[in-house]
Design a binder for this molecule. Structure first.
Ligand SMILES: [Zn+2]
Ligand SMILES: [Zn+2]
Ligand SMILES: [Zn+2]
Length: 140
């Protein structure tokens, strides 16, 4: 599978994730940094006219990418029927299917499923799963 192609917010033609932190349209020249690009994606798929309707700070919908660490990962919009991804990073172009990432209950970031460690809280038989980074923090 190749990197998902997005629709340019200005001209609706191909809007490409360059892989170096930008999203660029070769038709009309519109480009945005990966975070702004991710916000634009949400705006378009929510049918909002401006970015003002998106309160990214109080209602975070952009996450850190588990591959490159940039704050540019988002979940596919329900209205985006053509997407071949469930999660897409606007910075490195990495993308994942719904079952490939899980949300860590500790840091609330999306991480690959194999990066989870079972955390057993003292004497309790029932553990829960946190990502490796959180696991290491807790046991330091
Ligand atoms: Zn364009
Ligand atoms: Zn990334
Ligand atoms: Zn975590």
């Amino acid at each position: 599978m190749c990197v998902p192609i997005l629709a340019c917010p200005r001209c609706s033609r191909e809007w490409q994730i360059t892989g170096d932190g930008w999203v660029r349209c070769s038709s009309c020249g519109y480009e945005a940094d990966s975070y702004t690009g991710a916000i634009e994606y949400i705006r378009i798929h929510k049918g909002l006219k401006s970015l003002d309707g998106i309160d990214a700070k109080s209602k975070p919908q952009i996450y850190s990418c588990p591959a490159c660490g940039a704050l540019a990962l988002l979940e596919r919009a329900e209205t985006d029927l053509h997407a071949n991804f469930q999660f897409l990073c606007f910075s490195c172009g990495g993308f994942w299917a719904a079952n490939e990432l899980a949300r860590c209950p500790e840091c609330m970031e999306w991480k690959p499923g194999e990066e989870f460690e079972e955390l057993i809280i003292c004497r309790s038989a029932v553990g829960f799963y946190v990502c490796r980074a959180c696991y290491e923090k807790i046991f330091k």
